[in-house]
Design a protein around this ligand. Sequence first.
Ligand SMILES: N[C@@H](CCOP(=O)(O)O)C(=O)O
Length: 420
Amino acid sequence: MKIRCIDCEKQFFFDRSQYRCSCGGLFDIMQDFKNVDVDALKNLFHQRLSERMTCYTSGVWRYKELIYPELPDHFIVSKNEGNTGLYTSELVNQYTGLRKVWLKAQSENPSGSFKDNGMTVAVSHGRSLGYKKYACSSTGNTSSSLAMYAAMSNVESYVFVPNQHISMNKVLQTLAYGAKVYSFEGTYDDGIQFLEKNSEHLGLYVCNSINPFRIEGQKSIVYEAAQYLNWELPEWIIVPGGALSNASALGKGLYDLFTLGFINKLPRIAIIQAEGASPFHKMFIGHENEIEPESSPYTLASALNIGNPPSWKKALQSLIDTNGVSISVTDEEILDAKAIVDKSGVGCEPASAATIAGIHKLISERVLHKDETALCILTGNILKDTEILNDYHLTDQVHAAFQNKVQPYDLTTESYKSLF
Ligand SMILES: N[C@@H](CCOP(=O)(O)O)C(=O)O
């Protein structure tokens, strides 16, 4: 397997853990698609939809030929990740004003977020290299996912989480899977810098999205959506933008599908950032060549509290390749959109709802047209952040709101007769 530095374009054989080239650029995996037969692969992917109890049951490894064909199956650690629902909702369509919005619920992954799509590949690769200690910096989803796969592989996980502006539920989930959790003063960005500097001499295999195998795995999100939609994707793919791994991976995945001939039309990608943590959007609309890191990013959508996204160049490439756009939305817009997704029955964590808020705004700015269709990536589960649910639904007027939603009822009377 070969990798390429995205800055100096030097190529290497990838046989150990390294995340950056000596020039400072991130690595990208170069797939050898010379012998790909699209019709044969479509058939194979279709047959694998009825696999049971093998690694090909997974909605990631179903596409192994496009992700990591060389990896011997016995290294794969999988929990049937992927296989997530694709939903539509009249409520969401109406709220956004778009003809049809597809919700790809990556929140249905085994650890509750899209991170599992990439993590199964990163940890499986780490196993093939013989690593026993795995690490990440995280606002909570990456750490939960890593801790889960590490536990299943019987190896250690060490996770570094900021000591504020993250969701307690996610940290508890990470602890419960058995990870050693270190809480630090700073942001996700400081944790990444620490790991980039120290992981090698500490013998830690880093599973953040600076690891290119994470990106290869996350491409499966768009492969699966395309397969479910009979290889015809909507005009737009909408992703929240924090560390920017989804924008990077989905752009690469779409490019694979289009250049190989799986799909005939390339959707446009829209990256939606939270206003309080939007360095990428500022760079993009300002036509700057470099990102200006934000030292104190802050948004209620805790998964997006990232001021210096390592993958910004890959995400930028995705927008260039797909004629994409970026936009930012306020926390209020995110929370209102989340309430709609929750009420639709699909549900999501706050960061995911940035996509719905983003569509709303892109229509009002006439970037999206109401006759178009879009696919939104819902990144995390509704229960990932119950503090936000509490605040949104209860805090303002706790008693009045609570009484409205959960009505007191006296079982000893016959008042039910007037209720139904
Ligand atoms: N919100 C993320 C931030 C980490 O991003 P990654 O792309 O490096 O995994 C999280 O869940 O920690």
